[in-house]
Design a protein around this ligand. Structure first.
Ligand SMILES: Nc1ncnc2c1ncn2[C@@H]1O[C@H](COP(=O)(O)OP(=O)(O)OP(=O)(O)O)[C@@H](O)[C@H]1O
Ligand SMILES: Nc1ccn([C@@H]2O[C@H](COP(=O)(O)O)[C@@H](O)[C@H]2O)c(=O)n1
Length: 248
C-alpha cells in the first residue's frame, strides 16, 4: 500500500520531514495531530475544557455538536481541520489539551474512522500516487498495512530546543505566548508520557518499523535516509519514479 507512516514523540521533526518528503516524491501529506488539535481548539473555544477535564471519561461529545457537528459530519471535520490556519492550532494550550483529549477511547474511535476514510478516498480517487501520514499511532493502529513505517525520534533536550526555537521563530506577536524553555520542556515530558502510556492506541514502535534518531543529523540527512528506506520498502514506486531526480 502506498502509505508511508511517520510516528514519533513531540517535536521530533515528523511534520517537517513528512512535508518535505511529500514534495519530493509527490505524495499527499496528512498530519493526524492536527485533527486532535482541532478538536482541542473547538472544546476550548466552546468554553468546555474545564467540564471535559473534570468529567473526562463521561464527557458528552454531543455537547459540542452545535458548532462543529462533531458526530454527524465527521468527514467535514477532517476537511475543517485541514483548512484552518495551522498557526491557530500550534499554541501551547492546544498542544497540552490535545494530548488529554487523545486519551479518550471514544474520541480516537471516531477520529480514526474518519481519518482512514479520508486517506482511502484520497488514494481511491487516483488524484495522488500515495500518502504520507504522521502522528503517534499511524503505523501501529491507523494504517497497520502501510508499505513503509518510520519512527522518528530525538533526545528530549534536542526536541525541547527545537520546539523552543520553532515557537520563537514561527509565531507573530499576535500569537506569541510568554515562552519559557522550562514550560516547553515540561509540556514535552507530559505529552510524551500521556502519549506513551494511554490505554487506547499508545505511541509504540511496531516490529516492521524503522527507527531514525535525528538528534545528531540534519533534516537533509534524515530525508536521505528515509528515501533509501522507501526505495527498498516501496520498490514499485521507485520504478514509477525512476525519472524523478530526487528519488533515484
Ligand atoms: N534533524 C532535524 N530533523 C527534523 N526536524 C528538525 C531537525 N532539526 C531541527 N528540526 C526542527 O525541529 C522543529 C520541530 O519539528 P516538527 O514540528 O516537524 O516536529 P513534530 O515531530 O511534527 O512535532 P509535533 O508532534 O509536536 O507536531 C522544526 O522547527 C524543525 O525545523
Ligand atoms: N495519531 C495521533 C496524532 C496525534 N495525537 C495526539 O495529538 C497531540 C498533538 O499531536 P502533534 O503531532 O500535532 O503534536 C499529540 O500529543 C497526541 O496526544 C494522537 O494521539 N495520535
Amino acid at each position: 500500500m502506498n502509505i508511508i507512516t511517520i510516528d514519533g514523540p513531540a517535536a521530533a521533526g515528523k511534520g517537517t520531514i513528512a512535508l518535505s518528503l511529500s514534495h519530493l516524491i509527490n505524495f499527499y501529506y496528512f498530519n493526524t495531530g492536527n485533527i486532535f488539535r482541532y478538536i482541542a481548539k473547538t472544546i476550548i473555544d466552546e468554553g468546555l475544557m474545564y467540564e471535559f477535564l473534570i468529567n473526562k471519561n463521561h464527557f458528552n461529545l454531543n455537547k459540542i455538536n452545535q458548532n462543529v457537528v462533531f458526530l454527524k459530519e465527521i468527514p467535514d471535520l477532517v476537511e475543517k481541520s485541514i483548512l484552518i490556519d495551522e498557526k491557530l492550532l500550534r499554541t501551547q494550550e492546544i498542544s497540552d489539551s490535545s494530548s488529554i483529549i487523545a486519551e479518550i477511547p471514544q474520541v480516537r474511535e471516531i477520529l480514526n474512522k474518519a481519518m482512514r476514510k479520508f486517506i482511502y478516498d484520497m488514494l481511491g480517487s487516483n488524484k495522488v500516487v500515495g500518502c504520507i501520514v504522521d502522528g503517534r499511532d499511524t503505523g501501529s493502529v491507523l494504517f497497520p498495512n502501510a508499505g513503509c513505517k518510520i519512527f522518528i525520534t530525538a533526545e528530549r533536550s534536542v526536541r525541547t530546543q527545537r520546539r523552543f526555537e520553532q515557537i520563537r521563530s514561527t509565531f507573530t506577536e499576535d500569537f506569541q505566548e510568554e515562552i519559557k524553555k522550562k514550560r516547553v520542556h515540561d509540556s514535552l515530558v507530559l505529552r510524551d508520557s500521556r502519549d506513551g502510556s494511554r490505554k487506547r492506541d499508545p505511541m509504540i514502535i511496531v516490529k516492521d518499523t524503522i527507527v531514525i534518531d535525528t538528534s545528531k543529523i540534519s533534516q537533509e540527512e534524515t530525508i536521505e535516509q528515509i528515501l533509501a528506506i522507501i526505495r527498498i520498502k516501496l520498490p514499485d514506486l521507485s520504478k514509477d519514479y525512476r525519472k524523478t531526480v530526487n528519488f533515484i
